[in-house]
Design a protein around this ligand. Structure first.
Ligand code: ADP
Length: 376
């Protein structure tokens, strides 16, 4: 959302230049932009180009008079909702003609103009417009949130339903296998292993959703202490050994014997697990390389793959919730991993970035503040 206050546009219509100058001096303000027209036609043409918060219209003008201009405005969709203040010298009763025609955002100023009345009437209309815009924005945000929730529900259902369906079919198959005189134990073992993998990925998915909700409510606590990043990376690589083997991507690590950072080990393990599983999933079986080194007072850990790569316009987007690049549609995923990873790294006072181009592989770099090793 744009935090800068928008400039509100006001339109002044009067055939006399000196009246326009005087009125402009009265209504001018910091967050206001004032436009002047010397006749009805010019006013209408300005209204087609700009959204006005208010039109202040002189009633007595040669050619199209103020009431006629107002009627033309009311009959055009684009201009019909612009509030009008008529400026008139005539007696009050004449002006009720238009009030009867169109009640609502219409008001009157009487010549000679009283500066205080002019300013306060204009302020009321400007404030009304501000409130309407704020309301419209809130409404649009709400609609977006509802849409996001619906998309999310359907993604989650899909992500859980697919593996559950497979597991259900496998369970039926297994029941039939057990009914046979000598069930194929090796095959049954393989099936159980596959179940375990799928259950693990469903648990990860649910954990990710829980983390997102913790992040939103500020409950994702980081308990940082001096920890050896090299040892953490080694543990993560170890825990992924099976997946690395299955994916066929050889994995190498280049690191000093130790490098201490201030971190919550569990959370940084989570970040590295995400980067490595992505490198395996989107890595097209090409080698994956992990590098750890100190640089400018930070520890820099990079995960480089030779996979499908990411287009420059997606480099920032993939770190947002539910955002996935086009090339990833074939792989399951909710687009939460990198969002969580960035929040965790930033909560450590660190940074995470990507360098990549389509077809050229990707390098994700995590920077974390260095720490002195704990006293022995
Ligand atoms: P998920 O992988 O579940 O979609 P992530 O947040 O981990 O969610 O990643 C977001 C998106 O970033 C992925 O969908 C994919 O498009 C892209 N991406 C992440 N890592 C890589 C990578 N190593 N190579 C290519 N694309 C990647």
């Amino acid at each position: 959302m744009n935090a800068q206050p928008e400039r509100v546009k006001l339109l002044l219509v009067d055939d006399l230049a000196e009246n326009l100058v005087a009125l402009e001096a009265l209504v001018r303000g910091e967050e206001r932009q004032v436009f002047c027209a010397s006749c009805g036609e010019q006013a209408l043409s300005l209204m087609l180009d700009h959204e006005f918060a208010l039109a202040i219209i002189d009633v007595q003008m040669p050619g199209m008079n103020g009431f006629e201009l107002a009627e033309t405005m009311r009959s055009t969709e684009r201009t019909r909702r612009i509030p009008i203040i008529f400026v008139t010298a005539a007696g009050h009763e004449v002006n009720y003609a238009f009030r009867g025609y169109e009640s609502g955002a219409v008001d009157f100023l009487y010549k000679p103009l009283d500066p205080h009345t002019v300013r306060s009437k204009v302020s009321v209309f400007v404030e009304l417009l501000r409130q309407r815009l704020a309301l419209e924005r809130a409404h649009a945000d709400l609609e977006r949130a509802v849409r996001m929730r619906d998309d999310f529900m359907s993604m989650v259902s899909h992500e859980l339903r697919t593996p559950l369906n497979t597991m259900f079919l496998q369970a039926q198959l297994r029941r039939r296998m057990f009914e046979q005189p000598s069930p194929d134990i090796a095959r049954l073992n393989m099936m159980v292993e596959r179940d375990e993998r799928q259950i693990r990925s469903m648990i990860r998915l649910i954990d990710d959703m829980l983390d997102v909700s913790r992040l939103r409510t500020g409950r994702l606590a980081i308990a940082a202490k001096p920890s050896d990043l090299v040892a953490i990376a080694a543990r993560v690589v170890d825990s992924l050994a099976e997946q690395i083997c299955a994916g066929g991507s050889p994995l190498s690590v280049d690191a000093p014997p130790q490098l201490y950072v201030m971190c919550d080990e569990f959370r940084i393990e989570q970040v590295l697990t995400n980067l490595l599983t992505n490198a395996l999933r989107y890595g097209r079986g090409q080698p994956v390389h992990v590098n750890i080194a100190p640089q400018d007072g930070m520890a820099v850990l990079t995960v480089r793959d030779g996979g499908i790569g990411i287009a420059p316009e997606d480099h920032e987007r993939i770190f947002a919730q539910f955002e996935r690049a086009e090339g990833a549609r074939h792989a399951p995923g909710l687009g939460l991993g990198l969002y969580i990873a960035r929040q965790i790294v930033e909560a450590h006072g660190g940074r995470i970035e990507v360098r990549s181009a389509p077809g050229q592989g990707s390098t994700f770099a995590v920077r974390l503040p260095l720490a002195a090793p704990p006293a022995p």
